[in-house]
Design a protein around this ligand. Structure first.
Ligand SMILES: [Fe+2]
Ligand SMILES: [Fe+2]
Length: 472
């Protein structure tokens, strides 16, 4: 099957856009709006420089990406869906076993549109959050990775906008416009989800964002990939392919931060390393606590009727739905939540269908823990007696079952007063943030790295670490 992408069109695509003139015209009129959003809200500098970027050229298994130097505004954002699966069936919910849908069923229109809008809203939000990071990149290699992620989040916006335009008529087009009208942190028109209104003001936060928050994206996209609405499923499948690089940037980036800190600790035989221009491990742990907890909030309430309805209707499943050893209908199945009762944790049984969010969050937590184990191996290998930990899932939550609780990273339930006394041990303080910000000096000489991060082990694609990833 030919899965390649048509680049001769104004909007590169593999959905045969040329055969639907109306849709093509509608998207072509959205395109300049996207371009002005990109120039106003996208990377604040380097828009006129050539960046070594990958562009998707095929959605098949082999050689899907092409690498070349391109200026950011000239990046070819397009619409790419994975290949259709023949005779695909709905894998969960009350309609399990029936053929998937190529059109939106009237009764699920509002819910499906909402799911697409919420997902779509996060994509440009992260670009807006990272707008100023290019001014303090620790190396050209890192700067290039930032831009790669930014252009791909822009493409993910295109992916959702295509679905809105192609399947939701007038209200879909209005929603597509609104995706550019809301902005991260805008007091009047904020982005939909809380975590996407926080500024990403330093590179440590950015690397943890790509590790923890892009990984939430992986789980949300994985759950939507199971959808009975086949165009959504195929869209998400291809987005997941791009997403892998974003999490690699976070996982390897934090690994490099740890390596650098270990080197300095060993060289000077001390853990008091701030004066040598590196991030001490206690501070890193606080940042981990923060980013993990805000990312957990993105999965929504532990018990959720909306999530139950989405699941029953076949709109949104669980990540790797097939891997669950249950009936995939969940009406008769039992699961549980952990509640705080009189200062202790207690396990409450629940119908599984009501805790789908929690199931998704659990698989996410397991995935997060794998990377933390890899980071801890770096500490071990360097003979450093310190281990990073994920905090308890009830720690510092603003959404769901635990939002009223005050829980330490170890999972001890405390009072508000007790918590206030110790919070500065668990979460970055203003002075921690000031310290981290003070390290954020740009390094733009080929192959050079900032004081607080080690070089990567390899470069991008086939290039070396000292390649001209950004042509200044
Ligand atoms: Fe994305
Ligand atoms: Fe991403």
């Amino acid at each position: 099957m030919n899965t390649s992408i048509d680049y001769s069109e104004k909007i590169p695509n593999n959905v045969d856009l040329v055969s639907d003139r109306r849709l093509q015209r509608a998207l072509e009129s959205w395109q300049p709006r996207f371009a002005s959003w990109w120039s106003e809200m996208g990377p604040a500098s380097f828009q006129d420089k050539e960046i070594y970027l990958r562009t998707a050229i095929d959605v098949g298994q082999q050689g899907w990406a092409h690498f070349s130097h391109v200026k950011l505004p000239d990046y070819r954002w397009g619409i790419f869906l994975s290949e259709p699966e023949t005779d695909r069936r709905i894998g969960f919910g009350e309609l399990k076993g029936q053929p998937v849908w190529q059109e939106v069923p009237g009764e699920f229109r509002t819910e499906l549109r909402r799911l697409i809008v919420v997902q779509g809203d996060t994509e440009p939000a992260s670009v807006e959050q990272q707008r100023y990071l290019s001014q303090t990149a620790p190396s050209l290699y890192d700067l290039r990775n930032l831009f790669q992620i930014n252009v791909e989040e822009g493409r993910h916006l295109w992916a959702m906008v295509y679905l809105l335009h192609a399947y939701f008529g007038r209200d879909g087009r209005d929603e597509a416009d609104a995706l550019l009208e809301r902005n991260s942190g805008d007091p009047d028109h904020p982005r939909i989800l809380g975590a996407f209104n926080e500024k990403t003001s330093d590179w440590l936060s950015y690397l943890l964002f790509t590790y923890f928050t892009d990984r939430d994206g992986k789980y949300q996209l994985g759950a939507l990939k199971e959808s009975a609405f086949d165009p959504l499923s195929r869209t998400c499948e291809f987005m997941l392919k791009e997403e892998a690089h974003h999490m690699f940037v976070g996982a390897s980036g934090i690994g490099r931060v740890i390596q650098r800190t270990c080197d300095v600790m060993n060289e000077h035989n001390t853990d008091d390393v701030r004066k040598y221009g590196v991030i001490d491990l206690e501070t890193l742990q606080k940042y981990v606590n923060f980013h993990f907890s805000v990312s957990l909030d993105l999965f929504g309430s532990e018990t959720s009727t909306n999530a139950a309805n989405y699941y029953s209707a076949g709109l949104k499943g669980r990540f790797a739905e097939d891997s669950y050893q249950d009936d995939h209908v969940l009406i008769e199945e039992e699961d549980f939540i952990i509640e705080a009762k009189d200062g202790l944790w207690s396990k409450t049984p629940k119908p599984a269908i009501t805790v789908v969010n929690q199931q998704l969050r659990r698989s996410y937590i397991d995935d997060c823990a794998k990377g933390v184990r890899r980071w801890n191996r770096i500490l071990d290998q360097n003979g450093v007696d310190f281990q990073l930990k994920l905090p308890h899932e009830a720690f510092h939550r603003q959404v769901g079952l635990y939002q009223e609780e005050f829980v330490t990273p170890e999972g001890t339930i405390t009072s508000q007063d007790e918590w206030n006394d110790v919070a500065s041990n668990f979460l970055p303080t203003d002075s921690d943030r000031d310290f981290v910000l003070s390290l954020m000096q740009p390094v733009y000489e080929q192959g050079q790295m900032a004081s607080w991060i080690s070089p990567p082990t390899t470069g991008i694609h086939t290039q070396g670490i000292d390649y001209d990833y950004v042509r200044l």
